[in-house]
Design a protein around this ligand. Structure first.
Ligand SMILES: NC(=O)c1ccc[n+]([C@@H]2O[C@H](COP(=O)([O-])OP(=O)(O)OC[C@H]3O[C@@H](n4cnc5c(N)ncnc54)[C@H](OP(=O)(O)O)[C@@H]3O)[C@@H](O)[C@H]2O)c1
Length: 293
């Protein structure tokens, strides 16, 4: 039995899709089982569980051999994933594939990298077999730019001309599915990137072509971006962590390109052009349009 956490989210839902095509028994852990009504029809067992309520995790992990561990960026992320690792240990789980992040490191100046580094370390010390997936920035993050693109055709960041090898969440999920179903991926740390590193001006050009309107990337000072994110209702700890991440990108950390996705899945990773065309053809496209109001 393979347990998938984060199953309602961007990467976890794609992991479920990849696993369902492989005819393996799957269980999805959901905080709110009502969100999983569509999963039952695909013979996926849905179980209630919450990382912040460890008492729910033991039952969810009964009979589970392998698990995909993903939690949202949350102020309690280390506690959440640690609770899961402790429960997995109690319940005899043999292998956890952990969704981490590029440049995860306990010594990182960036909060999210540091937290993922701490959780990786905890998992490695647990005695459970592990695989760490370290994706670069997801292409799906363009969804966060939708409100300002809809309003003014602009999106705002503070990374200058930095290049980033954005990766499609669906490719990250494909790697996770292989690691959960095939041997040989234990004790591996996989850095997952797209095939090329591009600037955000190039991202804007790709979005312009896909959406058929002129989209621009506007580089702004970090303090302006911080204020805009606070005004949009984001929590201050989260905004500060995001700015630390942007600072890593501005310093070139996201430029790395690896061949790992192709090596593991035997498929060429999705290009930003392909991702943008899929997005423009999807139901989500309307939220990038000022006709969506
Ligand atoms: N975005 C990027 O560019 C990027 C790049 C590299 C790594 N990452 C990492 O990717 C992760 C986020 O992945 P994502 O974008 O797929 O996430 P997402 O779409 O935000 O989904 C988060 C998932 O976590 C679940 N969750 C939240 N709190 C929970 C709890 N207390 N107990 C159980 N489940 C809980 C959510 O379930 P509900 O439906 O119940 O809320 C949801 O399924 C983060 O760890 C981030 O650091 C992101």
């Amino acid at each position: 039995m393979i347990l998938v956490t984060g199953a309602t989210g961007t990467i976890g839902s794609a992991v479920i899709q990849h696993l369902t095509s492989q005819n393996v028994p799957i269980r999805a852990l959901l905080r709110d089982v009502k969100k999983g009504s569509h999963l039952s029809s695909h013979s996926i067992e849905v179980v209630q569980g919450d990382f912040l309520h460890p008492d729910t995790l033991d039952a969810a992990l009964q009979g589970v051999e392998k698990a995909f561990l993903l939690s949202a960026n949350d102020a309690r992320q280390i506690e959440m994933e640690s609770n899961f690792i402790d429960a997995a240990k109690r319940m005899g789980v043999q292998h956890i594939v952990k969704l981490s992040v590029l440049a995860a490191d306990v010594a990182s100046p960036s909060t999210f990298q540091k937290w993922h580094g701490e959780i990786e370390k905890k998992l490695e010390q647990s005695g459970i077999k592990w695989t760490h997936l370290q994706p670069n920035m997801l292409m799906q993050n363009v969804n966060f730019y939708a409100p300002t693109i809809a309003e003014s055709n602009n999106f705002f960041l503070c990374v200058g001309d930095a290049v980033v090898s954005h990766v499609d969440a669906r490719d990250v999920a494909a790697v996770a599915a292989v690691c959960l179903t095939e041997p040989g991926h234990e004790s591996k740390r996989y850095v997952l990137t797209g095939t090329e590193a591009i600037t955000f001006t190039e991202v804007a050009k790709i979005l312009s072509d896909a959406f058929g309107k002129e989209v621009s990337y506007v580089n702004v000072p970090p303090e302006n971006l911080k204020q805009a994110m606070l005004d949009a209702g984001e929590a201050e700890w989260f905004v500060d962590a995001e700015l630390e991440l942007f600072s890593l990108w501005a310093n070139g950390i996201g430029a790395i390109v690896t061949n790992t996705i192709a090596e593991i899945t035997h498929r060429t990773p999705t290009s930003f052009n392909e991702f943008a065309r899929d997005l423009a053809a999807s139901d989500r496209a309307k939220v990038f349009s000022n006709n969506s109001k």
